[in-house]
Ligand binder design. Structure first.
Ligand SMILES: Cc1cc2nc3c(=O)[nH]c(=O)nc-3n(C[C@H](O)[C@H](O)[C@H](O)COP(=O)(O)OP(=O)(O)OC[C@H]3O[C@@H](n4cnc5c(N)ncnc54)[C@H](O)[C@@H]3O)c2cc1C
Length: 232
């Protein structure tokens, strides 16, 4: 009987693992569950499409759904795994019930923590991750006049630059004394801050600081959109 390999997750780790499992045992029944609509795309490119340095989202997909089907990997899209039991060797799948496995790979990646401040249930908060949401938000950004990026993480830095490229008044809030302070000395990050300054950015030297880039003139648009971004 074919070995049943279940993979939870549809990101780089899970698709890599599913492909490797199928390569090692072509007869294996490899099944992937992801709660997202797509697999096998580069989230890393999302800020660069927002910033118009990469022309479209299609370029971020590494393969089509058909490619995975042809490779014999059975992907269940928009399907959440709600639990698993190593004792029984089963996963519990929303809409499918209990599914047995011989080998289980858990590659569920990261999720954003609740920032723990009032208002996180309001609209206009963008948690940068899923490419479908990014495609939707890219259209929203056409009408945005100002944005706040929360945390000077690597992704936060990329989003600040991307939003500046879009001509959006951008403010970065972070408890550190300089951008990416958890990982770098100030002289390392200085060129990034210099490039923001070139785009008209200003920020006070304070322990909880804000930077803003000067927007290109706009005649209409939405205000007060917050863009929250944080990497794993
Ligand atoms: C916008 C952005 C930019 C980035 N830029 C860079 C970069 O420049 N360089 C770099 O090295 N890294 C970057 N990263 C980080 C990098 O993309 C991640 O490290 C990588 O995506 C992690 O892959 P993963 O497969 O472990 O998890 P993820 O990509 O987090 O995927 C998790 C998967 O698990 C699925 N899932 C979770 N829970 C369940 C469940 N219960 N049931 C079913 N499915 C579930 C989700 O649907 C998703 O498909 C970036 C990330 C983002 C979001």
């Amino acid at each position: 009987m074919a070995q049943r390999i279940v993979v939870i997750g549809g990101g780089a780790a899970s698709i890599g693992a599913a492909g490797a499992a199928k390569g090692a045992d072509p007869s294996a029944d490899v099944r992937v569950y992801t709660e997202f609509e797509d697999v096998g795309y580069s989230p890393c490119g999302i800020p660069y499409v927002h910033g118009r340095e990469i022309p479209d989202f299609e370029r971020l997909f590494l393969a089509t759904k058909q490619t995975y089907e042809n490779a014999g990997i059975d992907i269940h899209y928009e399907t959440r795994v709600t639990g698993f039991s190593p004792g029984k060797k089963t996963v519990t799948v929303a809409g499918e019930g209990e599914v047995g496995y011989d080998k289980l790979i858990v590659a569920t990646g990261f999720d954003y923590a609740d920032p723990g401040v009032p208002g996180t249930d309001l609209g206009n908060l963008y948690y940068v991750k899923n490419i479908r949401r990014a495609i939707e938000w890219d259209k929203v950004l056409d009408g945005v006049k100002s944005a706040v990026v929360v945390e000077a993480s690597p992704l936060g830095l990329e989003m600040v630059t991307a939003l500046c490229h879009r001509g959006i008044e951008t403010h970065l809030v972070d408890p550190g004394a300089w951008a990416l302070s958890v990982a770098t000395d100030p002289d390392i990050i200085a060129p990034v801050q210099d490039s923001w300054r070139e785009k008209g950015a200003t920020w006070p030297a304070a322990s909880s600081w804000t930077s803003g880039c000067t927007p290109r003139p706009r005649t209409s648009g939405r205000r007060a959109t917050a863009s929250r971004s944080r990497t794993a």
